[in-house]
Design a binder for this molecule. Sequence first.
Ligand code: FPP
Length: 249
Amino acid sequence: MDLFTKKTEKAGGRETSGLPRHIAIILDGNGRWAKKRGLPRTAGHMAGSETFRRIATYCKNIGVDYLTVYAFSTENWKRPEDEVGAIMKLLDKYLREAVATMARDRIRMRVFGDISCLSPELQRLVAETEEISSHYEGFQANICINYGGRDEIINAARRYAEDYAAGRAGALTEESFGAYLYSAGIPDPDLLIRPGGEQRISNFLLWQCAYSEFYFTDVLWPDFTGAELDKAIAEYRRRDRRFGAVKNP
Ligand code: FPP
């Protein structure tokens, strides 16, 4: 089985200029999607993980370089134990399939987050996917697990301070600090998409989204399609990104 292509959607020959290089997505709306169908919330997460496969394939096919998704936050541990267990099981299943297929498909995968409190088996799978990824170039999917933007920044600050005290780090700059984040070496997201109707950032990529364009939609994540992504990209293309400067002074 292909890691991303249980159901491949085609880009249909669309031109790629102005394409965001890095897209970040907050996977939201799984629970409501399931409730609408009289199903347990865990069925929504299962559908959501299939949508991730399809959208990752779609991104790869249209030429996006990086896709970063928020799968499990540092706050999501507050959810009922059976729901947390079901999400961990889905992540385990997904990473297991990734280990088996990503070398063949030349897909890189990274996990962002504090993985030290995940099960030893999940930790092993994360290490294995990252090891395989280190041998390839090309499209990269980043899955955020036990991730929080504030936690990431504090963790980076702590590690920088340790390195500085030990004489291993120089002056603190935005660039040097970026090297301590989970996203080290990866360009900031150009486009942040939040499906599911809420319009907030929920502690996702706080540092990296400083100049990202935000796109919100009421579509629930399991219903999100390549056509929805096209809409978000079309909107992104209409934005005037100035990064704090003026265009024609
Ligand atoms: C938010 O929707 C979704 C989550 C907290 C979990 C997302 C996890 C997955 C899709 C499973 C595995 C992921 C991958 C990448 C393989 P919600 O439950 O808050 O939805 P609601 O707002 O409708 O209740």
